[in-house]
Design a protein around this ligand. Structure first.
Ligand code: SF4
Length: 79
């Protein structure tokens, strides 16, 4: 499967936020290179634009994504 379409501008993907290397490696394998459609960051980017995604939103943080979607009034849910 192809790499996530917004990886060049994603702070998480480009190690611009401070998380353990192990966490980043696991998340990249699970989301960036396998199932970007399930990533909370990509879903948020589609809602509000890549530039407005909170820098520390984790790819697997569905709760934070839902809270963000609720604040924007958008009823879009992760599977
Ligand atoms: S963390 Fe999410 S938005 Fe960022 S590159 Fe990976 S799949 Fe794409």
């Amino acid at each position: 499967m192809a790499e996530c379409s917004i990886s060049p501008v994603c702070p998480f993907f480009n190690h611009e936020v401070s998380y353990s290397p192990e966490l980043v490696t696991l998340a990249k394998a699970r989301f960036c290179w396998a199932d970007a459609a399930a990533c909370a960051r990509l879903r948020a980017a589609r809602l509000i634009g890549p530039d407005r995604v909170p820098r520390h939103l984790l790819p697997f943080d569905a709760d934070a994504y839902h809270a963000l979607a609720a604040r924007t009034g958008t009823a879009t849910f992760l599977r």
